[in-house]
Design a binder for this molecule. Structure first.
Ligand SMILES: [Zn+2]
Length: 237
């Protein structure tokens, strides 16, 4: 994280979010673009987040371990900061937050300490911030393969921002209570829904992009041929 951003956060508290830089492709002029997930997308995010972070489908999800050890492996630009309660400038009602503009999770020290001791409310709070980062990672992953996905422009205090927060809450709940992901499903249905179907969709997305690139290239070379052929004919004659 850039030091000046942290200084701005310390100096400005809530206003910090409004003094963001435009250094990310996801930033729009007055907000930030976030992924907009379908219901299935939220379930898939929860399932794969658990698997990628090493908790499988049964183990207790540990957001502090993910925040400190797993996410840095996927994203070298990401960071987190435990801020002493006396230096906390986001207001007493905010216990932790994720600032996408600088890819940084802030956690108040008392919240961190209670979450470490297993206090459920604080575990939920930190998981929520971790899920925000997961959503950004999914966006980057899909972008890497040029796969289309829906985004929504989240401005401060907008309805879209609230919708994104609600989605983050739902994914958080699914991650912490994995039995919700599999309720009423047998092993075959779980494999189909969470592994086979998304894999097929993913491969279809890649194939679709490859074909459209190919079409573009073939189209361009055909156009070039059409332009060059008459010249060659003139030369030969
Ligand atoms: Zn949030």
């Amino acid at each position: 994280m850039e030091e000046n951003l942290y200084d701005m956060y310390l100096a400005g508290g809530k206003d910090f979010a409004q003094t963001k830089t435009n250094d990310s492709n996801n930033n729009d002029q007055n907000g930030i673009r976030m992924i907009s997930l379908t219901q299935d997308g939220m379930y898939l995010t929860a399932f794969w987040s658990r698997c990628i972070c090493g908790f499988g489908i049964e183990n207790r999800f540990d957001p502090i371990y993910v925040m400190e050890n797993i996410i840095p492996q996927f994203d070298p630009d990401y960071n987190y900061k435990i801020v002493d309660i006396v230096e906390w400038t986001f207001g007493s009602s905010v216990h932790a937050c994720y600032i996408p503009e600088c890819n940084l999770i802030f956690v108040r020290s008392d919240v961190y300490n209670r979450a470490t001791a297993g206090n459920l409310i604080d575990v939920i709070t930190i998981t929520h911030e971790v899920v925000h980062v997961m959503q950004i990672l999914i966006m980057r992953f899909l972008s890497c393969f040029s796969i289309q996905y829906n985004t929504v422009l989240c401005k401060n205090n907008s309805i879209q921002m609230q919708i994104n927060e609600n989605q983050t809450d739902e994914i958080t709940s699914l991650i912490l209570e994995p039995e919700k992901l599999f309720s009423g499903m047998n092993a075959e249905e779980i494999t189909q829904k969470y592994i086979i179907n998304p894999l097929i969709q993913f491969l279809c997305g890649i194939l679709k992009n490859a074909l459209s690139e190919l079409k573009k290239t073939v189209g361009e070379s055909l156009e070039n041929e059409l332009v060059t052929i008459p010249e060659e004919v003139i030369c030969i004659v």
